[in-house]
Write a protein that binds this ligand. Structure first.
Ligand SMILES: Cc1cc2nc3c(=O)[nH]c(=O)nc-3n(C[C@H](O)[C@H](O)[C@H](O)COP(=O)(O)O)c2cc1C
Length: 469
């Protein structure tokens, strides 16, 4: 069964997420993110727009250094202050019925036994609407916050991720049999012969089990991932059901999508077991002129320092020692092994002009922004779809205004073209929304379901577990 494109709202429980400086805009509610109604109102709006999910990013530490320190991040509200996204999910569950609710949690921040239990609780409370964005964490400060002596080596972080999901899969899929829960008021609450300890003994974790919650509607939450490196993509191809991209252009996304699907098939999954969601911000106007006027108005609030500080963290390169008008070529000469993103901005400068460090920020802010009339935006969405993406992470400049504009003006055009759903499809879980007809649980070809063997053969039959019933 096919479905129209997928639309997620991409947000974060913080003052300034991606487009920095915009928290100062008079119309945004983002700076009031500590208030519950900012979030419950947004969730209700997204459900009215028949969005598939609200997706919360998260970090558990500071980005790197900017001008040698972290003061700029604090001044910019750049992901500090920030609040826990998972706590928010249960409040949003209470005001929505259909919207998927996904959040980010890194493998370094919570023990998998605790995390798996929290997810199962949320999956029960939302009636199967929870998703998890698996991140391995690229922040040195975050590692130190959890007692790790500096950033773990890149590929080793993904090996950590492998064991983390293995423990979680055992708890979600392998610990309780489907008919273990009885709630028989004349007998037992649950059947002990159908609940199994997992006895995981691995490199990093030792977990006896059993899982404490009973099986939730989806058992395993919908799994998202956004790895870009070779190790990250291989991880996504094995595990993810949704992959987030922030590709700068459609040709890049086309090759990412092809690579991901090829690797998924090699891992025994189906090519369409993976839904690829590209992040885009939309600036809408009833005329092209109005759209560009609004676009220019947003740019007045853009913080060049904020954008550069975020990029510094992500690139592992402190851009704060350069003046905003310093030519990028000079930066490139000073910094060995200049990154492709810098070279791209240098190459894109119009003839006769020299790209500056400030341009790096401006180009980055615009890289995933689409400005135009509803019809022009729908055209652009169609082209991205043709390049292979299954849907979008809709980002905001101001909230809820950016989402309101998209819902009220762009989605009706997309619906007329069959590119957006008019109503939620059948089935109540997030997984059924994304994969209609497949049921609420993971298909048998997903590696998590291998852990169901614990019910049938006992954990000793598994390659990794050394368990007994
Ligand atoms: C749309 C999108 C959302 C992301 N959200 C988060 C996040 O919330 N927290 C986080 O620590 N990393 C986040 N990342 C970073 C990725 O998890 C990943 O570390 C990054 O894309 C680099 O890939 P690599 O780890 O394979 O090198 C996100 C990336 C993308 C593209």
């Amino acid at each position: 069964m096919t479905r129209p494109l997928i639309y997620n709202a991409f947000v974060m429980n913080t003052a300034s997420h991606i487009t920095h400086g915009l928290w100062r805009h008079p119309e945004t509610r983002q700076r009031d993110f500590n208030q519950l109604d900012v979030w419950t109102d947004l969730a209700k709006l997204l459900e009215r727009g028949r969005f598939d999910a609200l997706f919360l990013a998260d970090v558990v530490g500071l980005y790197g250094n900017y001008r040698g320190g972290w003061e700029t991040y604090v001044r910019e509200g750049l992901q500090i202050p920030s609040n826990d996204p998972s706590v928010l999910i249960s409040a949003l569950a209470g005001v929505t019925e259909n919207l998927g609710l996904a959040f980010t949690s890194s493998v370094i921040q919570a023990h998998p036994f605790e995390f798996a239990r929290r997810i199962s609780t949320l999956d029960h409370l939302t009636n199967g609407r929870v998703g998890w964005n698996i991140v391995t964490n690229f922040q040195e400060n975050a590692h130190r916050n959890f007692g790790i002596d500096g950033l773990t080596e890149h590929d080793e972080r993904y090996r950590h991720g492998e064991e983390y999901v293995e423990v979680a899969y055992k708890l979600w899929e392998g610990s309780w049999e489907d008919d273990a829960l009885l709630r028989d008021v004349t007998g037992s609450y649950s059947d002990p012969s159908k609940i199994h300890k997992i006895n995981h003994a691995g490199e990093r974790y030792s977990v006896e089990g059993p899982h404490l919650p009973s099986p939730s509607p989806q058992r395993t939450p919908v799994l998202y991932q956004a790895g870009a490196s070779a190790a990250g993509r291989a991880f996504a191809a094995r595990h993810a059901e949704g992959v987030f991209t922030m590709a700068a252009d459609r040709e890049t996304v086309r090759s990412i999508v092809q690579d991901l699907r090829r690797q998924a098939v090699a891992a025994g999954r189906h090519a369409d077991d993976l839904k690829v969601l590209q992040g885009l911000t939309f600036v809408v106007g009833s005329t092209e002129e109005e759209a560009w006027r609004r676009d220019a108005e947003l740019d007045q609030y853009l913080s060049i320092d904020g954008m550069l500080a975020h990029m510094s963290g992500a690139m592992g390169l402190d851009l704060g020692f350069s003046e905003h008008d310093e030519p990028l070529t000079e930066l490139a000469e000073r910094v060995p092994g200049v990154q492709s993103i810098v070279q791209g901005v240098i190459d894109a400068a119009p003839k006769g002009t020299r790209a500056t460090v400030g341009d790096l920020a401006r180009v980055n802010a615009r890289a995933t922004r689409v400005t135009g009339t509803p019809e022009q935006i729908a055209d652009e969405i169609e082209l991205w779809h043709e390049a292979g993406v299954d849907g979008f992470n809709v980002m905001y400049a101001i909230t809820p205004g950016s989402f309101e504009d998209f819902i009220d003006h762009v989605l009706p055009v997309l619906r007329d073209r069959g590119l957006a759903q008019r109503e939620y499809g059948p089935g109540s879980t997030l997984r059924e929304r994304l994969f209609p007809g497949n049921g609420p649980r993971l298909p048998d070809r997903h590696p998590a379901t291998k852990q169901r063997a614990i019910w049938e053969y006992g954990p000793t039959a598994l390659d990794t577990a050394v368990a007994t019933r």
